[in-house]
Design a protein around this ligand. Structure first.
Ligand code: NI
Length: 138
């Protein structure tokens, strides 16, 4: 583990009060851990902006009965097999499927994968969770 460094932060009282309220809402037990997460969130956003190696997950909801949806979702995943680490398919009910596609690679390629999947006709909802390989967020 890296050496811990303490530093002082000066904040206006109303801003600190809002920060503390936010910490309680998010169930943080101390300011340091909340601040670390805020910094990491910024660093992860920068990794994506700068086109670094990233990791993330695409989540899709679709009706597998809808014409061609399943084959298009599968075809797209084969097109991006170099960045896909794993895929999990959950049958939510008789119609709806939840698919979680974990990916790792260049940010723009993972973004293209997410765009290609969520724009397929018949995919009702799609999100990309932008995360990190963890190597550069301390
Ligand atoms: Ni299914």
């Amino acid at each position: 583990m890296s050496e811990l460094v303490r530093f002082g932060v000066s904040l206006e009282k109303p801003l600190l009060d809002r920060f503390d309220a936010l910490l309680r809402e998010r169930q943080y037990t101390n300011r340091s851990e909340a601040l670390r997460d805020l910094i990491r969130r910024e660093l992860v956003q920068r990794e994506w902006r700068e086109g670094r190696d990233v990791a993330g997950a695409v989540t899709l909801i679709y009706d597998h009965h809808k014409r061609d949806v399943l084959s298009k979702v599968t075809d797209t995943q084969h097109d991006f097999q170099k960045v896909i680490i794993s895929t999990q398919h959950i049958h939510l009910d008789h119609h709806n499927c939840l698919e979680i596609i974990a990916a790792r690679g260049k940010a723009e390629v993972v973004q293209k994968l997410a765009d290609a999947l969520t724009s397929i006709k018949g995919v009702r909802h799609g999100t990309l969770s932008m995360s990190s390989t963890g190597k550069e967020i301390g």
